[in-house]
Design a protein around this ligand. Structure first.
Ligand SMILES: Nc1nc2c(ncn2[C@@H]2O[C@H](COP(=O)(O)OP(=O)(O)OP(=O)(O)O)[C@@H](O)[C@H]2O)c(=O)[nH]1
Ligand SMILES: [Mg+2]
Length: 305
């Protein structure tokens, strides 16, 4: 009987682009829904550099979320590429979640958000006011009023991606707006990216968390070797920096920084892979890699030939 009732229930499926300014909490929301660290999160803006697919499946829905890099005005080639990922996710989506950090809104919305709202010629926009745990209750109503003026046709949902407040309601609204249809992917798949991608992201997350100023933004991670042995996974990876002067900073005094990064990253990778890991890290200089297609391609940020 149970199976029959599930079969007769309406099933919805579709793509949801998650967009917003850097640091709004987009990746945090993805990890909250998937109950797993699929997309890396740090307190620093511009953590996410490319679109990450996060698939949430249940009996009556499959939501294919696309977590995107934060919206910004590109200043170098990598940021142009990041911006193109956002447009692609928006173009391919059934619904857009436009996420705003409640604590960042003063008396008006950030000009980049208003500009983006103007460009969004998309009927199905849900504005998510995130981080409501950081503001007073009465401020939420004021924010809703302000945002209604900007997005008159959008649904507006206040949430805290960190503690889960409002996220069930948001999920119901998404489901109510998705087109009817069968699942496009098997239910046990949560993302398309290979394990190597997640491993390189976890190392990059550690670099973001362990270094300051321009270093996180000047760094990238390449997996040189990923080998599954019987008792553990052996990973050799390279942290790229863009100037000679940055290499000693990542290595630290007597190798202390690279050692710290190695331990933290290994622990995160072990948790993700649920296997023991041997991690070997190197640092290399690739001059001005953020502006060179050849390196962006090597890092997988530019796809194809
Ligand atoms: N207090 C609070 N902090 C949050 C919430 N959601 C996210 N954060 C924090 O905000 C910071 C940025 O979160 P991310 O999920 O990396 O933000 P993002 O929008 O993916 O950022 P980019 O990838 O840089 O565009 C992290 O320190 C999170 O812990 C929330 O609901 N409340
Ligand atoms: Mg992110």
């Amino acid at each position: 009987m149970k199976n029959l009732s599930i079969k007769n229930k309406k099933h919805v499926c579709g793509y949801v682009a998650v967009v917003g300014l850097p640091n709004a909490g987009k990746s945090t929301l993805m990890n909250h829904y998937l109950k797993r660290k699929v997309s890396i999160v740090t307190p620093k803006p511009q953590t996410t550099r490319e679109n990450v697919t996060c698939i949430l499946s249940a009996d009556d829905y499959q939501i294919i979320f696309i977590d995107t890099p934060g919206i910004l005005r590109p200043r170098y080639r990598m940021q142009e590429v990041m911006t193109s990922f956002i447009s692609k996710a928006v173009d391919d989506s059934d619904i857009i979640l436009a996420m705003i950090d409640a604590a960042e809104i003063k008396n008006s919305l950030h000009p980049d958000i208003t500009e983006f709202a103007r460009r969004l010629k998309h009927g199905n926009v849900i504005v998510v006011i995130n981080k409501i745990d950081k503001i007073k209750k009465q401020k939420i109503l004021e924010l809703i009023q302000l945002i209604t003026e900007m997005f008159p046709d959008a649904e507006i949902i206040p949430i805290s991606a960190l503690d889960g407040d409002g996220t069930e309601e948001l999920l119901s609204v998404i489901i109510s707006k998705l087109p009817e249809g069968p699942s496009l992917y098997p239910e046990d798949i949560i993302s398309f990216e290979p394990e190597r991608f997640f491993v390189s992201e976890l190392i990059r997350e550690t670099v973001f968390l362990s270094t300051n100023r321009e270093i996180p933004y000047s760094s990238a991670v390449m997996i040189d070797n990923f080998e599954e042995k019987t008792s553990l996974v052996v990973i050799h990876a390279t942290i790229l920096v863009e100037k000679k002067s940055q290499k000693p900073i990542i290595i630290g005094k007597d190798g202390s920084m690279i050692k710290k990064i190695g331990i933290m990253a290994r622990e995160a990778i072990e948790e993700f892979l649920e296997r023991n890991v041997y991690l070997d890290l190197h640092v290399k200089v690739r001059n001005d890699w953020r502006n060179k297609d050849v390196h962006l391609r090597e890092l997988g940020l530019i796809k194809g030939k």
